[in-house]
Design a protein around this ligand. Structure first.
Ligand SMILES: Cc1cc2nc3c(=O)[nH]c(=O)nc-3n(C[C@H](O)[C@H](O)[C@H](O)COP(=O)(O)O)c2cc1C
Length: 180
């Protein structure tokens, strides 16, 4: 599986991704992490050349990312909530996935969506970011097999207080990975 981490800081998204990877490594399940914010990724210009031939004119880290996504059947996206939306780093990353979208290569890939927010669930914080990721999945016809939201995570390690929820989520992720 491939985990796309939507935050650059070694915070909640990063902590959760590493917990998942730790278990995958123990279970000998392939698990690779990508943090787009720490990579060299140009902004999409919207030229639409990729709509014609499925190839982006830029040569940067997205070339490798696209090759990896093409091979993977299970992808996890973890996003911090920013202004009730997904993170900007993820939006840039998703725009640059258009070469895969335009050639129908995202269709039917299994996707797990996880959002993290500082506010409580009643304030719909993580729900709003989850909904923006869900729209992406729907447009690209990816198959969302699991969704999870973590709230009350303001500081970098706050998510680690939700151990039971993390363990349950990882169990379900491993189940999905075993089916792939
Ligand atoms: C620019 C910015 C905007 C944010 N907007 C929201 C928000 O709308 N709702 C919310 O609950 N948390 C918001 N947060 C808090 C983050 O979602 C929260 O701290 C999260 O745990 C960050 O994940 P990370 O540790 O992986 O970076 C925002 C944080 C930043 C930096």
């Amino acid at each position: 599986m491939l985990i796309i981490i939507g935050s650059r800081r070694e915070g909640n998204s990063y902590n959760l991704a590493y917990k998942i990877k730790e278990v995958c490594d123990k279970e000998r399940i392939h698990c690779e992490l990508i943090t787009p914010g720490n990579q060299k990724i140009h902004l999409c210009t919207g030229c639409m050349d990729c709509d014609k031939n499925g190839v982006c004119d830029f040569t940067d880290d997205m070339k490798d990312n696209i090759e990896k996504i093409e091979k993977e059947s299970l992808i996890i996206i973890i996003s911090p909530t920013r202004w009730n939306l997904l993170s900007g780093d993820l939006k840039i990353f998703m725009d640059r996935l258009n070469p895969l979208y335009s050639t129908n290569k995202l269709k039917d890939k299994k996707l797990i969506l996880i959002t993290i927010a500082a506010k409580s669930k009643e304030l719909y914080s993580s729900e709003a970011s989850l909904s923006s990721l869900t729209s992406f999945a729907e447009s690209s016809q990816m198959n969302v097999v699991l969704k999870a939201e973590f709230n009350n995570c303001l500081n970098a390690n706050d998510i680690l207080n939700q151990e039971e929820k993390i363990n349950n989520l990882i169990k379900n992720i491993i189940k999905e990975a075993s089916k792939s």
